[in-house]
Design a protein. Structure first.
Length: 324
């Protein structure tokens, strides 16, 4: 890998391959605002990146600083290996990565007009006009101002005027929101993981008997609310399992460690140390890194880790004894 401490570009196209870039890739003069950056593999950029268009032909590729592109950030569909963005990524137009064999890690928020991702892991949230996700994991929320399309993905929550779900979609938080009714394609299912024993599953231990995923009925679990102001009103639909979560909270749910796991997933690259999940008197623990958490959720997504469905009954004697 060739170390570059200074970039010298004679045209509006910067090619990177087998390079360690010690500086940021930022425009110095007005003409460099039109510069494209093309990554052909095995490259690390230690600073921030600004480009008219950022094209990633192949990995591995890592950027330690923030990234902003004027037009499109594009990962080629035949790209392989890993692409990692340590900080926020933004685009005035689009962010597109549909490569099946290239996993892209966004360790902070994404902001663009259009976001189309496949096989991607996002530690933060997505903010865009239109979002299309397939085989993706988003720890935060997906917030679309126009349209959202989710296929076989895990997301924290979502909020969009229109949403379509296909195959199996999992929610990490109790509620999600739309304006129009969610379109559910044939055979599609949505589960809520708020009461799943994610901590035990992460450690490879047995799940709590009171834990499990909740299968959502998109009609029965829909709650329509009207928000009014002096001169306007808006109808919001929420799809929520809050009632079930409140009931389960009467039991001892702290040992699930869901909040701790998700907080580390969202803040992983910003934490000053690596935390571990485990303890309870047993010598079972595991580091909470972005990579290990991502691998865990992708195994859930692919069905390699099976989360039991939650039981519909609760032991009232145990609930009373807890508060007795």
């Amino acid at each position: 890998m060739e170390e570059l401490k200074e970039l010298r570009v004679n045209d509006n196209r910067l090619l990177l391959k087998d390079n360690l870039v010690r500086s940021a890739i930022l425009p110095v003069v007005a003409s460099e605002l039109e510069r494209d950056v093309v990554v052909q593999g095995n490259t690390i950029v230690e600073g921030a990146v600004f480009a008219r268009q950022l094209e990633i032909a192949d990995g591995p590729f890592k950027v330690l600083g923030a990234v902003f592109v004027e037009r499109e950030l594009h990962v080629n569909t035949d790209a392989t290996q890993e692409v990692v963005f340590e900080k926020a990524v933004g685009s005035s137009d689009s962010i597109v990565s549909l490569a099946k064999n290239c996993r892209v890690y966004f360790k902070a928020d994404i902001n663009a007009k259009q976001v189309k991702l496949r096989n991607a892991y996002i530690s933060g949230s997505i903010f865009a006009d239109e979002v299309i996700l397939e085989d993706c994991v988003v720890i935060g929320g997906v917030f679309a101002t126009q349209k959202l399309d989710l296929t076989n993905s895990i997301v924290g929550t979502f909020n969009a005027p229109q949403a379509t779900i296909s195959k199996t979609v999992h929610l990490l938080l109790p509620s999600a929101f739309t304006v129009e009714r969610v379109v559910v394609t044939p055979l599609a299912e949505m589960y809520n993981l708020s009461l799943a024993d994610l901590g035990a599953l992460y450690l490879g231990k047995e799940q709590s008997a009171y834990s499990g995923k909740i299968k959502m009925n998109m009609e029965a679990d829909e709650l329509k609310s009207t928000l009014r102001s002096e001169d306007s009103q808006q109808v919001i639909r929420s799809y929520s399992v809050v009632g079930k979560v409140l009931t389960a909270d009467l039991l001892d749910m702290d040992k699930f460690n869901n909040h701790f796991l998700l907080a580390n997933a969202a803040l992983g690259p910003q934490l000053l140390r690596t935390y571990q999940l485990g303890g309870d008197g047993i010598a079972v623990s595991k580091d909470l890194t972005v990579e290990s958490i991502a691998e865990f959720f992708f195994k859930v997504l692919q069905g390699a880790i099976d989360i039991q469905e939650i039981k519909g009954d609760f032991n009232m004697t145990e609930i009373v004894s807890k508060f007795g």
